[in-house]
Design a protein around this ligand. Sequence first.
Ligand code: HXC
Length: 263
Amino acid sequence: MTPTFDHLLLTQPQDNIWLITIDRPKALNALNSALLMSLNQAFQWLDSLPSTKVIMLTGSGDKAFVAGADVAAMQSMTALEARDFSSLGMALMQQIESCSAPVIALVNGFCLGGGCELALSCDYILASENAVFGQPEVSLGITPGFGGTQRLARSIGKGNAMHWILTGDRISAQNALKLNVCNQIFSPAELLKGGLVQADKIARNSPCAVRFAKQLIHQGLNMSLQDGCQLETERFALSFTTQDQTEGMAAFLERRPARFSNQ
Ligand code: HXC
């Protein structure tokens, strides 16, 4: 049975594919500590199921993915409490990156501050035409705190990250697409369907190879090119010890679809 998590809806649009919907619409899905913990627990639970092949993350309604960390909750925080709050969010972002299953963000509407940081920690982003990205923290007298200065600069380069973070400008889906922050844009009505098409393609591939490839990309981003390539050689060799390699190559040569394990 699917456990319940506060302010989250977990649904399974297809076998092996899960959709987490952040459901705090009155506050445009703003992230408070309880919601960060719920998300962390939900990702942990889904990743513990061997059958989970892809996780999609979206916001309820069509107005917001997540409009940021909860400003009302942050207003009276001491520096120590702010540090704990930041650490809680950082742990969630790391949890998403280290999840075995790929995580696709489906960004519908406002994706600001902590919401943008949450989307950036997903493996990639699909956006609806009405998506609005931005890091408005400096207008509130704070810096990003869930990894935005780091992930955004790695994703779109120093100059673009400086522009987003120092101006706090709102960035349209089209501009986010030009900067490769999102991979594709859909009409709001088609966003989930578009996500499912891609999730289904991923789910048909070898779960083992998908997991290795995700790990290689994440780990490689924090390494020199040489070390990353060395790691790739090792993981490539390791994939030859899996049943999926045996099955994948046999299926190709026998001209039939591969039947991969659920590993
Ligand atoms: C708490 C929020 C919220 C937020 C919206 N709401 N964003 N509550 N935290 N981040 C609440 C509003 O207070 C309001 O509640 C309801 O959601 C609807 O929002 P409105 O402002 O009335 O809607 P609208 O006029 O359409 O404007 C939408 C908006 C605006 C442009 C997204 O809400 C906005 O600017 N929100 C804040 C965006 C932001 O600054 N995010 C970054 C936060 S800092 P009521 O009860 O009045 O109806 C951050 C730091 C991350 O994310 C790192 C932390 C460590």
